[in-house]
Design a protein around this ligand. Structure first.
Ligand SMILES: Cc1cc2nc3c(=O)[nH]c(=O)nc-3n(C[C@H](O)[C@H](O)[C@H](O)COP(=O)(O)OP(=O)(O)OC[C@H]3O[C@@H](n4cnc5c(N)ncnc54)[C@H](O)[C@@H]3O)c2cc1C
Length: 485
């Protein structure tokens, strides 16, 4: 028997937003080719530049890391947890474990991918180690699909058509049989030492709404495919129904991959015959589109992609502060807006249709820059995702690459009457209006004071009066747009 100390080879698998064991190409590669594998997570918020995870994301991250550690322990391994500068922590691990290779799955946020490229050069050129990165995040690399002129796509539909023509069923490696940790594992922090959970218990309701982790993500996918996928196109815009997958935080933390979803929904290849399945995959394609936009236009989180919007006459921050707070707290007096913002605060998530309405209300009726809303979402969403969030805000504000035209201003009342016809969604999140029957709940100010009083509602007291006149602010927004056309 050769001396195992001499012959054993050790690889570090650096886990980041790929917190799963299945379809994890970096982990699969390490386990296939190395005798010892060290799965490590490094908490390095500074390495994320301006986009360190917000408070709600940290909550999710804590539980996701805990679930991953549990799954690894079931395979006689464990998650090694470190905190600090990523390169310094990797250097320490390489040194203490005599590792000869480092693997990870790619991330595409501009600052992070630059950092990763620097680390890869250092590992390969200076330390002469083996270093490989893999795609575990997207069906297509963000540089793979280009227009006929060789440019990145700025418009979704042509990219979607191209995807349909060239769809391929990706390989999804299974869970490794074993993740062999060295007998003496390197030092690890306790998860609690990362202080990811909030000091105040504003997160207590999150536990009723979410279960982070790979297994919970898979269960959520099964639930969705067996109960809601069949009516996805009819139900996906109705916030009172459970017609959507609610997989976004699981996807964001890489507890499940789009490739696994595609494989499960289209076992016979793609395009699928089923229009509901296609409709769902079209939404996943929006995710691919957003990520290729962020990769090719790294200014996406900060600057409008339509340059003329740099000069847009937003209101002054001192003037809008009170309105911004009313919006954040769900106290604008427009029920569907308040319902969405309260759902966000209580659950860390909001339905897509309502995200569009609250974003439109903020940027158009309140004339508050989209970056202020994007920042609030970043802190409060459990699925806060740099590409999807930035793209969603730019789309709604009308300044993005493939944006809804600025002059199409959602009327939150008519939208609510259409997509929440019985008012059930509003009733759930704005209980002070509970007694108002039917769609009148969407515009309580149209009811006379005595009817409201009979229902226990006093506008300005039990529920706010609207902070703006929707018609007047619509005209104001259109006039502002005229100044940059
Ligand atoms: C202003 C605004 C901000 C947003 N911020 C985020 C964000 O931070 N993180 C995030 O994941 N999504 C964001 N979205 C997109 C969308 O609202 C969510 O992905 C969706 O609500 C998640 O719910 P679901 O998983 O049930 O979606 P489903 O309808 O079940 O869709 C499945 C998956 O497709 C992807 N997807 C769906 N719609 C979109 C879209 N419009 N753009 C990109 N990907 C999409 C998501 O990964 C989603 O999980 C934002 C949208 C807007 C308008």
């Amino acid at each position: 028997m050769p001396d195992s100390k001499v012959t054993s080879t050790t690889a570090i698998v650096w886990l980041r937003q790929d917190l799963r064991l299945a379809d994890n190409p970096a982990l699969a590669y390490g386990c296939r080719h190395f005798q010892q594998v060290i799965p490590v997570y490094i908490w390095d918020p500074q390495g994320e530049a301006d986009w360190a995870p917000g408070a709600a994301s940290r909550w999710w991250l804590h539980h996701s890391l805990s679930a991953l550690d549990k799954s690894l322990r079931e395979r006689f391994s464990q998650l090694i947890i470190r905190a600090g500068d990523s390169q310094a922590e990797l250097a320490n691990l390489i040194d203490t474990c005599n590792a000869t290779a480092v693997f990870w799955n790619r991330r595409y946020e501009p600052a992070v991918s630059q950092r990763d490229a620097d680390i890869k050069n250092w590992l390969k050129d200076e330390l002469q180690l083996e270093c490989r990165s893999f795609n575990a995040w997207l069906c297509w690399e963000p540089w793979e699909l280009q227009t006929g002129q060789g440019n990145p796509y700025r418009v979704f539909t042509p990219m979607w058509k191209r995807m349909l023509n060239e769809w391929r069923l990706p390989e999804t490696p299974g869970i490794p049989d074993s993740v062999p940790l060295p007998e003496q594992p390197p030092e690890s922090l306790q998860l609690d030492q990362l202080n990811l959970l909030p000091g105040l218990d504003w997160d207590k309701q999150f536990y009723q709404h979410w279960q982070p982790g790979e297994q919970a993500g898979m269960r959520q996918l099964q639930r969705f495919t067996s109960s809601a996928l069949g009516d996805y196109l009819e139900q996906r815009d109705l916030p009172a129904e459970s017609g959507i997958s609610r997989l976004s935080p699981h996807l964001h933390f890489g507890e499940i991959s789009t490739r696994q979803i595609v494989r499960q929904l289209c076992p016979d290849g793609y395009p699928a015959a089923d229009r509901q399945v296609n409709g769902y995959l079209r939404q996943l394609a929006w995710r691919e589109f957003s990520w290729q936009l962020l990769y090719n236009f790294p200014q996406l989180p900060h600057l409008p992609l339509q340059e003329k919007f740099i000069a847009f006459p937003w209101r002054d921050s001192k003037a809008y502060q009170g309105d911004l707070v009313a919006w954040q707290k769900g106290l604008t007096g427009i029920p569907i807006i308040d319902a969405g913002m309260r759902e966000l605060w209580v659950t860390g998530w909001m339905h897509n249709r309502v995200r569009m309405l609250v974003a439109s209300f903020l940027t158009k009726n309140l004339l508050i820059p989209w970056q202020a809303g994007q920042a609030w979402f970043w802190d409060t969403l459990v699925d806060a995702d740099l590409a999807n969030n930035s793209q969603g805000w730019q789309w709604t504000a009308g300044c993005g690459a493939d944006a809804s035209p600025y002059f199409r201003i959602f009327n939150p009342v008519t939208q609510a009457e259409r997509f929440d016809p019985m008012g059930d969604y509003v009733r759930q999140w704005v209980p002070e209006l509970d007694a108002i029957q039917g769609k009148a709940i969407h515009s309580p100010w149209t009811l006379d004071a005595s009817s409201l009083q009979a229902l226990g509602v006093e506008l300005g007291k039990t529920y706010p009066l609207p902070i703006v006149d929707l018609k007047v602010t619509r005209e104001r927004a259109l006039a502002a747009y005229q100044r940059i056309r």
